[in-house]
Design a protein around this ligand. Structure first.
Ligand code: ADP
Ligand code: NG1
Length: 458
């Protein structure tokens, strides 16, 4: 399945109000009919946070909310982008000269990331000119991967516009790499699930090589997403890349202490693989090698026997060069324990014991505590919302996605769903006018949705 290209589905537009509406906007903008439509979904990560870029498996599912694009080709090799939301301004540029400015994450740069990734893969002598209107329903900067859905949609648009073929796995890998043009050093979970998702099942996503395995979620409970209503744009801040860098440094220190070759690019997952030990053993190694106090740049340089200039040029990224203190012990502890929780979550889903729902809920709770205390990627509002969800009847609740704002995901027994929703509304949304105004699109039940596809008008 995964080696197949994304499906091309014939669709009657009269049966789909959103596509019909997008078609009309496209016609009023470009005075012609779209040739095709592309769709890429957002995702909710059920467990496995901030470990994809360390090489560890994660467990997301696609959501119904997506990025949808109406597309036609032009003969002038121009990229013309418009958006149904006035917040996102029109863009025009040359298909032969793609520029992405890392210092300013404007929306069209995300589109250009996907486009550039596909162009670089095929290196066409005359890249297709593309006219495109984008319509998105994923709350932005909220941990549901609106940015990656946009990058994946743009990648798919560019593939189809240039009449090329790639498998879902190849597309996911290209889009994961090319989203990094925006400046964030993400791991690939979001692009992988956007292409590899299948309706009705969550997926265990593993890397190197990229593969997705079905995870059947237990009957008897549903997953509810709740947005804490604090936005956090990854590319506009350095929070995300600081964590990536802390993990990178921790991997080097652990490798060096264990006598491994540490000077090449290394992930925390590589250290475990090379040592050939269990995750539990890695947690003991962290206790043995790293200290909980923060590390200064000087201490890191001393441990590795490198100069501050070498640290800056080979380990730190552009927007982390200013950082002076690094927490390595806490970050490594989170990564290895979270990686173990993902595997336990999958095992429980596979074996479906009598108390599966309670056991999964417990793992979700532990994951949130680890994100909050060890990885420090939560915020007061997320913690408050997780507590509210648990008090309202969820068996498990945690932040989802990058964090520092955005959404929680909670596991709620079917028979408690109505009272849960009412209680979260009353406690978290209604008392605050801004939250109350956002409640409708902020609190919803979600089911595993399907992956990216092309629509053609029947
Ligand atoms: P997320 O966690 O949702 O991926 P990011 O902060 O990484 O959040 O990316 C959000 C950015 O993605 C927005 O600031 C915007 O530039 C882009 N984006 C999201 N949704 C849309 C949309 N519907 N149309 C255009 N751009 C969008
Ligand atoms: P979101 O939630 O989309 O910002 C980010 C990374 C993921 C992963 C999660 C944390 C990107 C594009 N996405 O997701 O790879 O590391 O944070 O688990 O950087």
């Amino acid at each position: 399945m995964a080696s197949n290209p994304p499906p091309k589905l014939q669709i009657h537009l009269s049966e789909n109000d959103r596509l019909q509406n997008l078609k009309e906007i496209f016609i009023s903008k470009f005075e012609e009919t779209p040739m095709f439509y592309a769709r890429a979904p957002g995702r909710v990560n059920l467990i496995g946070e901030h470990i994809d870029y360390c090489g560890y498996a994660v467990l997301p599912m696609a959501i119904e909310q997506d990025i949808l694009a109406a597309v036609s080709l032009n003969k002038t090799q121009t990229i013309q982008l418009a958006n149904t939301k006035p917040l996102y301004k029109d863009f025009t540029g040359s298909a032969g000269d793609i520029q992405i400015d890392k210092s300013k994450p404007l929306w069209h740069y995300y589109f250009l990331c996907g486009l550039k990734g596909i162009q670089e893969h095929f290196n066409p002598s005359t890249p297709a000119g593309i006219d495109c209107v984008v319509d998105g329903t994923i709350p932005a900067s909220s941990g549901l991967s609106s940015s990656s859905a946009l990058v994946c949609c743009a990648g798919l648009v560019t593939l189809e516009a240039n009449k090329k073929n790639l498998s879902k796995v190849e597309l996911a890998e290209i889009c994961a790499r090319s989203e990094r043009y925006i400046g964030t050093e993400g791991g690939g979970m979001d692009q992988s699930i956007s292409f590899l998702a299948e309706q009705g099942t969550a997926k265990l996503i593993e890397f190197s090589p990229l593969r997705a395995t079905d995870v059947k979620l237990p009957d008897g409970a549903v997953f509810v997403i709740a947005n804490c209503c604090v936005e956090m744009n990854k590319a506009a801040t350095s929070h995300f890349n600081i964590r990536v860098v802390e993990c990178r440094i921790a991997a080097k220190l652990l490798s060096k202490a264990k006598g491994l070759e540490w000077s090449r690019p290394l992930k925390l997952g590589d250290v475990q693989t090379e040592l050939g030990v269990s995750l539990e053993e890695m947690l003991r190694t962290v206790d043995e090698v790293l200290h909980p106090e923060t590390y200064s740049k000087e201490e890191i340089c001393q441990c590795l026997g490198i100069t501050p200039e070498q640290l800056g040029s080979t380990i730190l990224s552009e927007n982390t060069k200013h950082v002076t203190q690094f927490k390595l012990y806490q970050r490594a502890k989170h990564v290895y324990s979270e990686a173990a929780r993902v595997l336990q979550f999958k095992d429980i889903c596979d074996q479906a014991p009598a108390r599966a729902i309670q056991q999964l809920g417990e793992l979700m709770k532990q994951s949130h505590v680890s994100c909050r205390d060890l990885y420090e990627c939560s915020c007061l509002e997320l913690d408050q919302l997780v507590a509210t969800c648990l008090e309202s009847g969820a068996v498990g609740s945690r932040l989802t996605g990058a964090g520092w704002g955005g959404c929680t995901v909670s596991m709620v027994p079917n028979d408690k769903l109505d009272s849960f929703l009412q209680s979260v509304r009353d406690s978290y949304y209604k008392p605050d006018a801004r939250r109350a105004a956002m409640e409708k699109q902020s609190l919803f039940v979600t089911k595993p949705g399907r992956g990216a596809c092309i629509f053609l008008e029947a």
